[in-house]
Design a protein around this ligand. Structure first.
Ligand SMILES: C[S@@+](CC[C@H](N)C(=O)[O-])C[C@H]1O[C@@H](n2cnc3c(N)ncnc32)[C@H](O)[C@@H]1O
Length: 246
């Protein structure tokens, strides 16, 4: 009998942002596959003692597991009738390759359940009181990745078009390409404020505020994992909550 794949979102980092449903799903797993950004405390607290826990973000002495290796592991454990709980940071279906894992599990006859999580795209800024919408200055927001699958030559995110379409821009995985992304947005929007939120909701959280020009010139940098927020909401946040670099 084929087992079950449960995709669980663990939230952005603070273990208290795990949902009750996510905690219960982890407590029912036979095999727990955890990503690098998922805090160890969450697994320690909720995984059953006899569950096999595999940190697929790490391999002894090297890089993490490849997506193909993770897919194979899901299918192998599923074929033993096990419940495989795949714990991902944030929400499991936002830039987490969760969709590919659903496909592979279904193809092999496994049941699939998805437990949503608080995505870093929203939870990291809002936990700091930084709104993504504001009645006076932001009626829409867009979330994009700054780092696409390198095997997709054509589908690069058009940051210029996004800058024209949405008031607030939220970029995940954009730390390494920040200069380039900032230049593209700057061209369409002029010099707007930028907030860089590194390791949000954790004890290592770091917040930096500057402008698109600063970022385009390399004076404002981001270290991953970071959420980058661009728009007038950052100005509001700075003025009303007095947020500064710290
Ligand atoms: C592979 S994506 C996964 C996103 C995740 N599924 C979500 O919904 O938050 C990883 C990226 O999420 C962002 N991220 C995740 N946790 C974060 C945190 N605590 N602080 C800042 N950025 C975070 C970073 O941009 C990081 O590079």
């Amino acid at each position: 009998m084929a087992g079950k794949l449960v995709l669980v979102g663990a939230g952005p980092g603070d273990p208290e942002l795990l949902t009750f449903k996510a905690a219960r799903a982890i407590s029912r797993g036979d095999v727990i596959l955890k990503d690098r950004l998922v805090p160890d405390e969450i697994i320690k607290e909720h995984a059953p003692e006899d569950a096999e826990v595999i940190d697929v973000g790490k391999k002894p002495g090297g890089e993490g597991w490849t997506q193909e290796e993770i897919n194979e592991l899901i299918v192998r454990e599923g074929s033993k009738g096990k419940t495989v709980v795949r714990v991902k940071s944030g929400d499991p279906l936002i830039f987490g390759r969760g969709a590919e894992e659903i496909e592979v599990a279904l193809k092999h006859g496994m049941d699939v359940e998805v437990v949503p999580g608080v995505t870093s795209a929203i939870g990291v800024p809002t936990s700091l009181g930084l709104p993504l919408t504001h009645r006076k200055c932001a009626s829409s927001f867009a979330v994009a990745t700054g780092h696409e699958d390198p095997s997709k030559p054509e589908n690069r995110v058009d940051f210029g078009a996004l800058a024209e379409a949405a008031d607030t821009l939220v970029v995940l995985m954009g730390a390494r390409r920040l200069r380039e992304i900032a230049r593209e947005i700057l061209e369409k929007r002029g010099n707007e404020p930028v907030a860089i939120l590194e390791r949000g909701t954790t004890e290592q959280e770091r917040v930096k505020v500057g402008t698109l020009e600063d970022a385009a010139e390399g004076k404002l940098k981001a270290r991953p994992p970071a959420v980058v927020v661009v728009g007038e909401v950052v100005k509001w946040w700075r003025e009303v909550l007095g947020r500064e670099t710290r």
